[in-house]
Design a protein around this ligand. Sequence first.
Ligand SMILES: C[S@@+](CC[C@H](N)C(=O)[O-])C[C@H]1O[C@@H](n2cnc3c(N)ncnc32)[C@H](O)[C@@H]1O
Length: 237
Amino acid sequence: MVDPRLVLEIARNMRGCNYVVEPGAGLGVVTSRLSDNAGYVLGVEVDARFIPLLGEVAREHKNIDVVYGDILELFFERVECMAGNLPYSITGPFFSRLVKVFRPKSAIFTVQREVASRLAAKPGTSSYGRLTVLVQLVYEVKLGNVYPPSSFYPPPEVYSQTVNLRLREDAVSPSEIEIVEEFTRCLFSQRNKRVAKVLRSCCENGDFVNDVGERRVYELSPSEVYSLALKCFGSSR
Ligand SMILES: C[S@@+](CC[C@H](N)C(=O)[O-])C[C@H]1O[C@@H](n2cnc3c(N)ncnc32)[C@H](O)[C@@H]1O
């Protein structure tokens, strides 16, 4: 199913975690490896066909439980760590939920290589955008290994890459992330335009004085976007 090096990379990164949630547990290959390295693993799987197999895996390992459900609709009391080969179709909504709801201290995910580049991008580059800002305001992002399509069965059409996330000490709060999410929807729809002009179209009070007005949207750092979001939307809520 999956390249053993990838399974090992994920499992090793979760060493020392007491509680790991794995979105998209599938056949349980990663799940059982995780259970060797972490105190407890909760596998989440939306496809009912995998649930009996995952039940077997859970019976063989005392520290694994399985939940049948959609990771985008579940709530957990507290998520310490999160890991897995993410279903690529839910990348956007998943990361939105990660920074607003789950907020694990530590996480490792396999994503499309292009998504990994966006998560780790620097301002001013072509990969830099809304997803970068939202995730980097909450997490330190480190790129892991790249895996070719042949690392998976069936092989996807794209290369994949792991990303390591560590919760920042100064992580922006969930309620402020919601403000940034709303603000960046408008801001990054005009990513190549000058900031002053875009603020006039995105904010009711878009004429507020700022020292970044002459720059282009995609050149703003995550913390600059955050300050502008609070000025634009914060006071009106
Ligand atoms: C890329 S596969 C990974 C499977 C397995 N963990 C592995 O590494 O071989 C993604 C898995 O996520 C499941 N999945 C897709 N969307 C999901 C969702 N919204 N919530 C939970 N699981 C989901 C799919 O059914 C599939 O089993």
